[in-house]
Design a protein around this ligand. Structure first.
Ligand code: BG6
Length: 475
């Protein structure tokens, strides 16, 4: 399905996200024939970063060359590039932006929709929203707002209030790109299109769940952003909680935005406030020496915590969440760990360290293209009854001839242009996630150092005991 004709306004067009994801993503959508028949892309940034249209085109070309999956050359590139223009905007003077938007609208003709993507630092969201209202650009416009949306409950409420003075909630698309990942979407298919998994997807069969997103990269020069944000706000309150929402939700009555979001939101309503006693904050050794980082910084680059969903399905089942920078591996996994069998007929199952057996789990790797493995114990060949951990795996990369070739951001940009709010987060849900974070934000435990390339501070093992972390697998 192709969206209606659009003027796409990209705030923060000279920034990191636009360069790495949005400009290449828009070009990929164009190449895939998924942008509207008629569209224009207007880049914007404060006047001190102003570019001419020509400079913006070469900026976009560089971005696609460095971060895209398609070469910015040939006719497809020329077609795309001629639709790019630039209009600077400051709070006091946004005339160049207004002129560029009007010119783009004239070029397409009457009836074009407008979508604005706020790829700007979080502290600039309110300013840009207000500016859109003042310029008369809000009516009929859809607005994509980046994360983190607020830094705590009060700021998220204030930001929502500002948003709602200018936009109706139906115009607002709060983005979390983890919800655009193919394999996160696949969790819905796995659960609700099969009779195999859903009957055991509850406290009667599952002892605990892990959502584990270690990253091997450091802060990659983003000290300014990271010092303000930290891993909890950057990864947990946004991405990992959103994945938890999908894993834990009840079956929606349909897959349309209303019922789907309602069920996800109910999970957030059922979340018990995060208890600081069940949180490990870490900071990788060397972080304080990174350019732009306070030498006494208390910002965490790692968080592991225990979350609890207090409802009929999940009462008593801990959800362990972990994410951090400069860790041993980049992985994005959900693992569901099943109860032990009631009778121990296989003596070696207890494991040498007294921990519970491995295997006996369902692991979803959602780093696109992603895969799913059912892990179980099987008898080793031979006269004795000895067991080994084996598994059955489905891999996206091996299974479908036709891959969409769309990255998470690309799918979400498309959904927003189509007006589908299902993978976006409503105001109340965001506020709820800050509400459950309030105790932790008020009294965060001290950061503990961890070696770069490790799995975090030693205390993460105690957090999940007597269970194990699923990662690294194959221990
Ligand atoms: C971003 C965070 O939202 O997500 C980054 O700001 C993080 O810190 C990134 O590295 C991870 O996303 P991806 O696309 O690598 O799965």
């Amino acid at each position: 399905q192709r969206p209606e004709d659009h003027v796409i306004v990209l705030f923060g067009a000279t920034g990191d996200l636009a360069r790495r994801k949005l400009l290449p993503g828009l070009f990929h959508l164009a190449k895939a024939g998924l942008l509207p028949a008629q569209y224009r892309i207007v880049g914007s940034a404060p006047a001190r970063f102003a570019l001419t249209d020509e400079e913006f085109r070469s900026h976009a070309e560089q971005a696609v060359r460095s971060f895209g999956r398609a070469e910015p050359s040939g006719e497809s590139w020329q077609e795309f590039a001629r639709r790019l223009s630039f209009g600077a905007a400051d709070l006091g003077d946004a005339q160049p932006l207004l002129d560029a938007v009007r010119a783009a609208e004239r070029a397409i003709g009457a009836g074009a929709r407008r979508i604005c993507h706020l790829a700007v630092p979080p502290d600039a969201f309110a300013e840009v929203i207000t500016m859109l209202g003042d310029l008369g650009l809000a009516e009929g416009t859809r607005v994509i707002v980046e994360k983190p949306f607020g830094t705590d409950l009060a700021s998220a409420r204030a930001l929502n209030a500002t948003v709602h003075t200018v936009f109706d909630e139906s115009q607002v698309f709060r983005i979390d790109h983890f919800l655009g990942k193919e394999s996160v979407d696949n969790i819905l298919a796995l659960r609700f299109a099969n009779g195999l998994f859903e009957p055991i997807w509850n406290r009667d069969h599952i002892s605990h769940v892990q959502i584990d997103v270690p990253e091997s990269i450091g802060i990659e020069g983003r000290a300014g952003f990271f010092e303000e944000t930290g891993t909890y706000r950057d990864m947990i309150v946004t991405h990992l909680f959103q994945v938890l929402g999908i894993v834990a939700m009840e079956a929606p009555t349909s897959l349309s935005a209303g019922p789907l979001r309602a069920e996800r939101d109910k999970v957030f309503d059922s979340l018990r406030p995060v208890d600081p006693a069940h949180v490990v904050r870490g900071q990788y050794e060397g972080y304080r020496g990174e350019p732009g980082v306070d030498p006494d910084s208390q910002t965490e680059t790692f968080v592991a915590l225990r979350a609890e969903v207090e409802n009929w399905r999940w009462a008593g089942v801990p959800f362990y969440l972990r994410s951090g920078k400069s860790m041993a591996q980049r992985r994005q996994t959900v693992s569901l760990h099943f109860h032990q069998p009631p009778l121990r007929m296989f003596p070696e199952l207890a494991g040498a360290d007294g921990h519970e057996q491995r295997g006996n789990s369902l692991v979803i790797d959602f780093d696109d293209p992603g895969w799913v493995t059912a892990r179980f114990l099987a008898k080793r060949p031979g006269p004795a009854m000895r067991l080994a951990e084996e598994g059955m795996t489905f891999r996206y990369a091996d299974s479908f001839e036709q891959q969409t070739g769309l990255e998470a951001y690309e799918r979400l940009l498309l959904d927003a242009m189509l007006g589908d709010q299902s993978p976006f987060t409503p105001a109340a849900a965001i506020e709820r996630l800050w509400e459950v974070s309030a105790d932790l934000l008020a009294a965060p435990p001290p950061v503990q150092p961890y070696a770069p390339g490790s799995w975090g501070p030693a205390a993460v093992e105690e957090l999940v005991a007597p269970h194990h972390w699923e990662l690294p697998d194959g221990r």
